[in-house]
Every structure is written in C-alpha cells, then in structure tokens.
Design a protein around this ligand. Structure first.
Ligand SMILES: [Zn+2]
Length: 372
C-alpha cells in the first residue's frame, strides 16, 4: 500500500462520496461515523482539553474547517441512529491484583457496534466517566489493526477491560481489547509492562506488539511512551495530520535517521516551536521535527545518520510533550510520506523477551478470565 492509499484509507475520501461512488454499505456508514467522531474528538481534545497538538503551519486551518464540515455530516448520516448496548458488566469497578501491573480497579465492557463507536460506547459509560477519552484511546489501538476501519461492520463485537474508576487521558485506560468482526479478522490485545520497562505497551496473545517500530538505528526517537497520531489523522477533504506524533518526556534525545544537511531551524515558532528541517538527497526526502526543547544543529550543517540533533519538547502549538516527525517528498514538498511505509525506514514488531513470556502468558490468562 503506498502512502496515497494509506492516507485515503485513514481519511476515507472514497467513503464520503468524493469519487462519485454512491453505493453505501453498512461498513461505510460505520466508518463515516467513526471517522467523524475521531475528527470531533481530536478537535475537542486539542482545543478544549489542551491535551493534543495544534497542527503545524501547514495544516493549522484544517481542524477548524473539519469541525465545521464533519459535525453536521455525523448528525445527518443515516448510520447515526442511537446505538444500543448489547451487554455490559453490571455494577462498578472491582479490585484486581495483577502480578505484572499491580493493583488496579477494573471493569469489563462488552458491546456490539451499531453506528458510531462513540455512540455505542457512550451508551455504556457516561461522558463524565470518560466515554470520549476512552473512544479516542480505543480508536488509536483499533487503527493499527483495522486501518481506516473500512472493514468494520455493524454487528461486530468489542470487549474491553478498562481501568478506573476515573478515566484520564494520560493513562493507559484500556488493559485489554478484543474484537470479533464479520469481515475483518478478530484480534485481542493486552496492555503489559515488564518489570524493568519504562513504558508498557499493547501485545497480541503471543507477545508481539501491535504497533510498528522503527529500527533503533533509524529511529528519530527511541524513548517514547506512545504514538498518539499517525499521518492522515484528522483527514477529510483536505490534507490532515502531516507527521507521526511520539508522546515523550521533554528532553528525550532526537536523532537524524539519515545523513543530510540542515536546511533551516526555528521558523514559525508560534506553531512549530523550536524545529528543524533536514534535506536527505540520497533518500529523496526532507525531514521535519517540531515542538523541540533544544536544537543542537545549525542551518547548513551536515549531520550523520544516527546523530543526535535535538531534544523533544512541548514548544509552539503543542499542549502535551511530544515529537512531531514528518517526511516530505524532496521533489514535491506538498507530498507527505508515511514514515511507516517509507522504504528507507526499516520497521519491526517488538516482542516480549523470552524470559518474560511466562509472566506475560500468566497475565493474559488472568485478563481473559476477567473478560469472560
Ligand atoms: Zn504532529
């Protein structure tokens, strides 16, 4: 799948009638609802909760425009009828001591997709209890396994084990998720944190992480807690998010994945904060790094592959510490590349180390008992 296709699937152009294809399926309606919701939620978080990121100079008007365009579309979509919750655990949170994660208050939710993900979920838990936060978080997980949700259908089932009692945007609220689809393949994912790990993550039952990672030698950042946004997020009729956002503590080292020459630093501070742009002729790309706390390079400077060039931060229009990493086509700077599909970036799925597998399996069993 090339970058254009990736963006199309996330943004769903062909599902909102721009290509003249009038045929509407249940899956499309589910997709439209979820997409609209994600736009609205992202907008909400960015502007009202201050947890997200204001996009850089290139896409600063997109969110406002998108909110105007998409909000009525959801209300008038024939798929937006109120959803009903098929099953849910009665009562509140229960205390569970997980050997791997410690004591948690958890609750199981199980529901059948019916129109939008948010309507379905918010029928189970209230807005005050964090249904919107949970929907946004769940979308981030689902998007890796069901890109663009194009294969999701009404009637598909989702089970969650959530941590409470209060859902907060900064935590890993979802301890486990399982999905059973009629078209898309079913999957389960479990939040797990090894004893010596700085950050936990999500793994399939065989201990393989559900997200892709860059190989360390070519990673712009090695120490991050989560990928919070991909290329194409917020996307609709116009271009959407132009990079990958890595949630990371201020001061995390940032590296140049490739050899290149620094073109400019710290332009348009209001939006970009401290920032760097580097030209990489050999790879045919230009890389952009935004919201930095420290810049170690100067325009004209040649950098080596793997050289530290900066530290991540929270400067410019950014409301939570993160690195925005962006790749553009060197010959057509309007063309944004998806770093996870870029041929010079080698990617892999992280695996739980062999000596921790038995503890992980024990954890999975415990979680499954709670979810059934
Ligand atoms: Zn970003």
């Amino acid at each position: 799948m090339n970058d254009g296709e990736m963006i199309n699937r996330i943004g769903g152009k062909r599902f909102i009638g721009e290509d003249g294809n009038k045929k509407t399926s249940t899956g499309n309606l589910v997709f439209i609802s979820i997409f609209c919701l994600s736009v609205i939620l992202n907008f909400y978080f960015i502007f009202f909760q201050g947890k997200g990121e204001k996009p850089a100079e290139e896409d600063k008007t997109v969110l406002r425009e998108k909110a105007k365009e998409e909000a009525p579309a959801q209300a008038s979509s024939p798929g937006s009828k109120a959803a009903t919750l098929s099953t849910a655990m009665e009562g509140g949170f229960i205390d569970v001591d997980f050997p791997a994660l410690g004591k948690k208050q958890v609750k199981r939710l199980a529901f059948t997709i019916n129109s939008s993900l948010s309507q379905t979920l918010c029928a189970a838990i209230s807005k005050e209890d964090g249904c919107e936060i949970l929907t946004a978080y769940m979308s981030r997980l689902l998007n890796w396994k069901l890109p663009g949700y194009s294969d999701m259908r009404n009637g598909d089932k989702i089970g969650l084990l959530i941590e409470g009692p209060k859902l907060e945007d900064d935590n890993n609220n979802i301890l486990a998720l399982n999905f059973q689809g009629s078209k898309a393949q079913g999957f389960e994912t479990f939040y797990y944190k090894g004893p010596k790990w700085k950050y936990g993550s999500y793994f399939s039952e065989d201990g393989v992480e559900i997200f892709l990672r860059f190989r360390d030698e070519e990673a712009p950042i090695k120490d991050f807690s989560e990928i919070t946004s991909l290329v194409g997020d917020f996307r609709g009729k116009r271009k959407g998010h132009s990079g990958v956002d890595f949630k990371a503590e201020v001061g995390s080292p940032v590296y140049s994945p490739f050899e290149g020459r620094v073109l400019r630093v710290n332009w348009n501070f209001k939006f970009n904060g401290d920032c760097i742009e580097i030209d990489h002729p050999r790879e045919g790309t230009m890389a952009v790094y935004l919201h930095l706390s420290k810049v170690d390079v100067k325009p004209g400077q040649v950098v080596k592959a793997g050289q530290k060039i900066a530290e991540s931060g929270n400067t410019g229009r950014s409301f939570a510490p993160h690195l925005h990493y962006e790749l553009k086509d060197r010959n057509d700077q309007d063309k944004i590349l998806n770093p996870f599909k870029f041929k010079f970036h080698n990617t892999y799925y992280k695996k739980i180390p062999a000596d921790e597998l038995s503890s992980f399996r024990e954890h999975v069993e415990k979680v499954r008992q709670l979810m059934n």
